[in-house]
Design a protein around this ligand. Sequence first.
Ligand code: ADP
Length: 362
Amino acid sequence: MHEMQELETVISSIADGIVIYGSGGEILRMNEAARQMLGYSEFDVSMPISERVKRLRIETADGQPFDDEELPFVKALRGETASGTLMRLVHSRSEEKPRWVSVSSAPIHASNGEISGAVATFTDITDLHDLSAWQQDLVRAVSHDLRTPLTAIIGNAQLLLRMLQRTGAEERYISNVGAIVQGAGRMDRMITDLVESARLESGQLPVEKQLIDLSEFVQELLRANQKSLNVDRVRVETTTDGNRVCVDPHHLDRILTNLISNALKYSDPDTEVRVGTERRNGDLVISVADQGQGIPSQDMPHLFDRFYRVKGARKAEGLGLGLYITRMLVEAQGGRISVESEPGSGSTFFVTLPTSEGSSCS
Ligand code: ADP
């Protein structure tokens, strides 16, 4: 008896909703949190299932009615275990706003092994869902509404700069307008980083892999970036065969551009940056090595974290999202990224990608 009371207290004090169903799907017991989430009163509990479901519309994440057979407690009564099923609960008879819940359930077996009921837990994730919807609205606003005026600023400042240069205007005017062009360009890159990292986190960046030849890819990337990167400092040391890899070319472009531009940025202008490829245990390893300032050992474990920047580093001008985005993109290809660095003598970043040499890229 004492144990039953203890169990009762535990169930009622848990913040998640807990419902225990009988073998026919009738509710045997539920805690206060479940009652609130599902909108049932004491009276409702004994109500037939057909009447119960009328009071509550259960929808899938994309707003479709939930298939009765797929309801977690129904699956549990068939012997299946379900976890983290996402549902939207709309109360038909109250003004209450719909709730988002994550539901898990499992069958309860009697001593003879037969299924005697089911237990389901309901976690209210409405706040989390609202936050993620807010994040998506913010990304939309930042990527479009903030970008539009910024594009106008960049375009017009570039035009003004060219005009001043052509008409031989005073140096200080040229340098003032040059600063506007540079500052606006930096802001544009930061917006791109913010939007991309938010998209990556919400899984909105699809991966479309193709079989590509890395040597050709790197050469083409350097040709295309001649204006924005000092590609004369980059030496490519790729092997001629065994260089084919299955990756999303847009992602790989971003990965390598990030690593090469960092290598150029954090090393002296008279030093070389080497891009190499190597086959290692069936994987293809791309390395980007510089002879720059290096990275202090205490910063190494956090380098690929979101918004992480090395304190006191020269030329730190981004948001600390570049390497974070790079890591997310590498992982999206099934690869991994690592770094070796010696403060004062340079850093080498390694991107390891699984290969599918000779096979088609599926
Ligand atoms: P950001 O987007 O601000 O450029 P990153 O995520 O690309 O930041 O890099 C994070 C930090 O790592 C930078 O602040 C910089 O100090 C350090 N870092 C990145 N690449 C190198 C490198 N090749 N050499 C030395 N430090 C580097």
